[in-house]
Design a protein around this ligand. Structure first.
Ligand code: UFG
Length: 329
């Protein structure tokens, strides 16, 4: 039996794949390479295709005798989702439902879904627990929440067992130096900040300094991509042992403002990293910080790279050695 990692050539997916390879698991990777990188995955079991394509999925799942699906292929940009919700609903909901329908038809029972802190929207209370109010402030979060709910009903009717992870802000790179973040165009804070010391941009634009936070900039909870990958491995074992459906936040429980992230990057890179305050970005909640206590209790999840400094250091090592990313497009 093998594990299918859909979206396995993306930033998070490639770290999940690497973790499962290190554990000698039987895996197969699916990615359409729209944003993913073939060079990011060190397995011959790779198929290029779309999760909206039923025949393609069925052929791969049958050939590799898949019993567990990890679904990481979604569009992820908050700002873009506000401007182009159509793109987000079609991929993050319609295509993802297609994947569930294939699982239903093939009687594949174990499913791990990458959801997001964006399902919560502007929080009432920090840290966020899994039962906190869900009121997404952008179409990205709405599409993830819509799919979470669909999954609940599919599970109820067709017996698909699931772990839903709500990722907070994922950053960092594998300490082996071979894989890291490479989005094009890049929209995430940590890689964009590091483009300044790399000489690829003059300054970092801070999207608003009038939020109700300690320095006026948005607060986020940063989690290392390898810790996230480890949580997926734990979830696979949990489901294979018959664990019940669960929804788990993945963060470190510590919030950092945009300005604090830039300060840590200054310390690590030794560069002054000039900033410019610009207007707020549509759809940004002011503060997102996780309680990950449930993931600790349910899965025994323990972050190994919890310090923001370590997260940015590993990211910096990757970007320094790969200033143009994978360069494989
Ligand atoms: N930011 C800037 N300037 C930039 C880029 C980002 O000020 O050039 C700010 C954003 O406004 C935000 C913070 O940095 O306040 C973090 O922004 P990111 O784009 O890095 O991340 P988001 O918080 O928007 O979203 C990310 C993922 C989502 C996930 C979410 C959960 O993209 O998939 O974290 O918190 F849902």
């Amino acid at each position: 039996m093998s594990i299918a990692i859909c979206g396995g050539a993306g930033y998070i997916g490639s770290h999940v794949v690497q973790k499962l390879i290190e554990e000698n698991r039987d895996i197969v990777v699916i990615d359409n390479l729209e944003y993913g990188h073939k060079s990011a995955i060190a397995t011959p079991n790779f198929y290029r295709g779309n999760i909206g394509d039923k025949d393609f999925l069925k052929t791969v799942f049958k050939k590799h005798n898949v019993d567990t699906v990890v679904h990481l292929c979604a569009y992820i940009e908050v700002g873009e989702s506000v401007l182009h919700p159509d793109k987000y609903y079609i991929n993050n909901v319609v295509n993802a439902i297609n994947l569930l329908n294939v699982m239903k038809e093939m009687d594949i029972k174990n499913f791990i879904f990458s959801s997001t802190a964006a399902v919560y929207g502007e929080p009432d209370i920090i840290p966020l627990v899994e039962t906190s109010n869900k009121n997404p402030s952008n179409a990205y979060g709405e599409t993830k929440y819509a799919f979470e709910n669909a999954l609940k009903w599919y599970s109820n009717a067709y017996g698909i067992n699931y772990v839903i992870f709500r990722y907070f802000n994922v950053a960092g790179a594998h300490p082996n130096g071979h894989i890291g973040e490479d989005h094009s165009p890049e929209s995430h804070l940590v890689p964009i900040v590091l483009q300044v010391p790399l000489g690829q941009r003059e300054n970092i634009k801070i999207f608003g300094d009038d939020y109700p936070t300690k320095d006026g900039t948005c607060v986020r909870d940063y989690i290392h991509v390898c810790d996230l990958a480890n949580a997926h491995s734990l979830a696979i074992d949990y489901l294979k042992k018959g664990g019940e459906n669960t929804i788990l936040n993945l963060g470190n429980g510590a919030g950092f403002t945009v300005k604090e992230v830039i300060d840590v990057a200054r310390e690590i890179t030794g560069h002054s990293i000039p900033t410019e305050i610009v207007s707020r970005r549509a759809g940004d909640p002011s503060e997102l910080v996780a309680s990950s206590e449930k993931a600790k209790t349910v899965l025994g999840f323990t972050p190994q790279f919890a310090e923001l400094k370590t997260i940015i250091e590993t990211a910096w090592n990757w970007h320094k050695s790969h200033p143009n990313g994978f360069n494989d497009k």
